[in-house]
Design a protein around this ligand. Structure first.
Ligand SMILES: [Zn+2]
Length: 293
């Protein structure tokens, strides 16, 4: 089962989070019919979003992540609500490239390394937090590690893998390690040594649950465990919300579309759910809109 396990180690000087997101990635594959390349890339961004949204404090806090570059996949868009509830899509979900072997895809060409990661966090304040860093490698784990280090000011080591075999995700997740600002050098050396053992984190997650990874790798130091959470793929779309797409079309275009097709179909990018609006529905949507303004 998917889970996010978190602990503070070395008397609170280092934060360690292990997360397993295999079921979540398989749900994304099922909903979007992703190519293996798209599954690995979107799966990695969904996994990081699951971790990040689990760090949000308030129930109503949320975030979105955009990875934009000129690779074969195009843009990757992910949104998340507090507690590890994520959803997302990739622009070119059918894109394929020759794989690298061992269940790993060529993300360098799939994503690219000239674009950006943009994170927008809605923390219920007047203005949202916006962080943006350039992609450095295109493999996404080093790119997000750089994002946390550079944009959020938290030097981070991140191991992240999504292994795809025969169109299915067989293992997904990662381990994130963040030393606190004044963490002493001798602890950093120990941590660095442990982190080097996570190069094949996908294989480790096949055999161990996240809480066992924390226990096995860090349990012999002073450690304080936090309650585990379960990340899930969850879309929040509704008929009400999707009716905004009709408004976004504009009055003239929505009428033209109705004349042409007899109804307006809107598909949610995040989960693929189709919403069909009849002529009567569209009239009511516009009446409601006129009433509001
Ligand atoms: Zn949806």
């Amino acid at each position: 089962m998917d889970s996010i396990a978190k602990a503070l180690v070395f008397d609170g000087q280092v934060k360690v989070v292990a997360f397993k997101t295999t079921d979540l990635v398989n749900e994304a594959i099922r909903l979007h019919k992703l190519s293996p390349l798209a599954a690995e890339a979107l799966g990695k961004v969904l996994s990081v979003a699951a971790y990040m949204s689990n760090e949000l404090k308030g129930e109503k806090e949320k975030l979105s992540i955009q990875v934009t570059d000129k690779g074969a996949l195009g843009s990757i868009i992910v949104a998340a609500d507090a507690g590890g509830k994520v959803r997302g899509y990739v622009e070119h979900k059918d894109a394929t490239l020759p794989p690298l072997g061992n269940g790993r895809q060529d993300l360098f060409k799939g994503v690219g390394n000239e674009g950006f990661i943009t994170v927008i966090k809605d923390l219920g304040l007047k203005d949202p937090y916006v962080g943006k860093t350039e992609l450095v490698r295109g493999n996404l784990e080093e790119d997000f590690a750089w994002y946390f280090t550079r944009s959020e000011g938290s030097p981070t080591a991140l191991a992240l893998e999504v292994l795809i075999e025969d169109g299915k995700c067989v293992s997904a997740g990662g381990v994130l390690v963040q030393p606190m600002p004044n963490c002493p050098e001798h602890i950093l050396v120990v941590v660095e040594d442990i982190v080097s053992g996570f190069a094949n984190v996908g294989d480790i997650l096949k055999a161990k649950e996240p809480k066992d990874i924390l226990k096995d790798y860090f349990g012999h130091f002073e450690i304080e465990y936090f309650p585990e959470t379960t990340p899930v793929y969850r879309c929040k779309c509704s008929r009400e919300q999707m009716s905004n797409a009709v408004i976004a079309l504009g009055r003239a275009d929505s009428v033209n579309l109705l004349m042409e097709r007899g109804e307006i179909e809107v598909v949610c990018h995040f989960c693929g759910t189709k919403y069909v609006f009849s002529k009567q529905d569209v009239i009511e949507i516009w009446q409601k809109y006129d009433h509001k303004i």
